[in-house]
Design a protein around this ligand. Structure first.
Ligand SMILES: NC(=O)C1=CN([C@@H]2O[C@H](COP(=O)(O)OP(=O)(O)OC[C@H]3O[C@@H](n4cnc5c(N)ncnc54)[C@H](OP(=O)(O)O)[C@@H]3O)[C@@H](O)[C@H]2O)C=CC1
Ligand SMILES: O=C1O[C@H](COP(=O)(O)O)[C@@H](O)[C@H](O)[C@H]1O
Length: 488
């Protein structure tokens, strides 16, 4: 890992406190890691001390000893205040001063943990500066310092803005310097999807329309959007979660085996899945917004900064269909919401019932469908339901489960952001999103984003979201399950 300066845009925000300071700390504790040099950037009226105090709070919250957290923050962190995220003079001055002070070679990571509306201006300002510095553009000398640009999700606001953003990015930065981050790809259990599928031949041979009836991908969160209105309101759950995290889980579940387990091999197969996916339809999309309930007196519209008439979705569910050989006619239901009854991320593969009904005729009942649940968080592992004979007369059938839990076998996992920040520092793009993948993912949802014909159902905090979402997991009507239909 080469020594570098890590410039964190949005250092005063939620993500920085929740994930990025702890991850930066842990990466810097690894063997062989250079001493950390981090510049936090924000418009807030902070200084070095305010930033360091915020980082110490974040680290102690993440179980780091307070003394160690303080020592780390004071040696690692500097603050650069900007008027706006396209006026970056103070950032460049701070970076150059820090490099001179530490004798660094000029390698830099720029991490954009900002609302997506700011990305174009910030990237343009960074690109122009880096061209002047001679690190990007034509004729970059072999010994020039490296620069890596990390862009948080959502990458743009819709298909057109993502295409425009890619254009702006590529005007200045080559694709191999760009790390579009989707932290779900850094989760151990998400990477395990590939091992689970491609190392276990018996699952892979049942992994198609012949045996699978439907797939349900669920990310239920108990947290809410309080304190994040500046980013979340006007973005909403379709853009914050479905277009990226859940679509990544979808493409990893549905993809063909890659030719090689590297960035190009995996991205190529994921892009093929996205290209084969029909545009989502409004009658197969359910949106919701939480109100009060279950110990919460306030609903979404009561949060500071949220307009009284906000239509922003805090819950979204969508049924997707693929037109390819493996998955024709198998619905994939993606659903996620905030302030739900419990925190749960899982992929449920629901297998078809056996084709004959043997047991009813002999006084029993027909078996349940086998369900494979890949649990991504918490209690990571899997369960597979199966049917057995209930002891006694006749052929009574009962459902039982085989299960495996990671924590019973392995120690704790590294956090996703720790894995991904280390990959950025080492220049490994395998777990990041390619330009084309980001655009294809927006293409799928373009007809349902900002579609005011779709009702935003109120739902109670602490429940399972709007009742209307339940119908998406029922068997699709025949006209939707058979032949491919053209998008309309
Ligand atoms: N929070 C989370 O759990 C996760 C967030 N992300 C991604 O990280 C990014 C930031 O999210 P998060 O930290 O939650 O967002 P915040 O709302 O906390 O915003 C981050 C920072 O951006 C600045 N900011 C906020 N609103 C605006 C605005 N309208 N215009 C310009 N600057 C603004 C603020 O800094 P200042 O006012 O000091 O300039 C703020 O501290 C997003 O892209 C999000 O998708 C990804 C995974 C998880
Ligand atoms: O990107 C985001 O992800 C988090 C959920 O991430 P997790 O690792 O805690 O599952 C979500 O709460 C947030 O709204 C979103 O921006």
């Amino acid at each position: 890992m080469d020594p570098h300066v890590f410039v964190l845009f949005g250092a005063t925000g939620d993500l920085a406190a929740l994930k990025l300071f702890p991850a930066l700390y842990r990466v810097s504790q690894r063997d062989g890691a250079p001493p950390p040099a981090v510049i936090g950037v924000g418009r807030s009226d902070w200084d070095d001390t305010t930033l360091q105090d915020a980082a110490v709070d974040a680290l102690t919250e993440a179980d780091v000893d307070e003394g160690e957290a303080r020592e780390w923050a004071e040696s690692a962190l500097r603050y650069a205040r900007v008027e706006a995220y396209d006026q970056l003079g103070p950032v460049f001055e701070t970076a150059e001063a820090l490099e001179a002070e530490r004798g660094l070679d000029g390698n830099r990571v720029y991490y954009l943990a900002l609302p997506p509306s700011t990305f174009p201006g910030t990237i343009t300002a960074l690109g122009e500066y880096e061209e002047d510095r001679g690190t990007v553009g034509e004729h970059v000398p072999d010994d020039a310092p490296w620069v890596r640009l990390v862009i948080e999700k959502p990458f743009g606001h819709d298909l057109a803005s993502a295409q425009e953003l890619n254009r702006i990015v590529h005007e200045h930065f080559p694709e191999n310097a760009v790390y579009r981050i989707d932290h779900f790809l850094g989760k151990e259990t998400v990477q395990n999807l590939l091992v689970f599928r491609f190392a276990n031949a018996f699952f892979e041979s049942a992994w198609s329309r012949r045996d699978v009836e439907r797939v349900e991908i669920t990310v239920a969160e108990t947290n809410d959007a309080a304190g994040r209105a500046g980013y979340f309101d006007g973005v909403g759950t379709m853009r914050d979660m479905i277009q990226n995290h859940l679509t990544q889980l979808f493409s990893l579940t549905a993809m063909e085996p890659p030719a090689r387990l590297d960035a190009e091999g995996i991205r190529r197969e994921k892009i093929k899945v996205l290209r084969s996916t029909r545009t989502a339809r409004s009658n197969e999309t359910v949106l919701g917004q939480y109100g009060p309930g279950a110990g919460h007196d306030e609903g979404y519209r009561d949060h500071e900064g949220v307009p009284e008439d906000s239509r922003t979705d805090t819950f979204a569910a969508v049924r997707l269909h693929l037109d390819n050989w493996r998955w024709q006619g198998v619905p994939f239901v993606l659903r996620t919401g905030k302030r739900m009854a419990e925190r749960l991320t899982e992929i449920a593969v629901v297998f078809r019932r056996p084709p004959i009904t043997l047991f009813q005729a002999s006084g029993g009942c027909d078996p349940e469908r086998n369900v494979l649940r890949l649990r991504l968080q918490p209690n990571e592992g899997f369960t597979l339901s199966f049917d057995v004979k209930t002891p006694g007369d006749g052929f009574g059938v009962s459902t039982r489960e085989l299960s495996f839990r990671y924590e019973d076998t392995f120690g704790p996992f590294p956090d996703a952001y720790e894995t991904l920040l280390r990959d950025v520092a080492e220049g490994d793009p395998t777990l990041f999103v390619h330009a084309e993948e980001a655009e294809e993912a927006w293409r799928i949802y373009h007809a349902v984003l900002d579609n005011t014909d779709i009702e935003v159902h109120p739902y109670e905090s602490g429940g399972w979201g709007p009742d209307a979402a339940g119908r998406l997991v029922e068997a699709p009507p025949p006209e939707e399950s058979g032949e491919p239909v053209a998008d309309c």
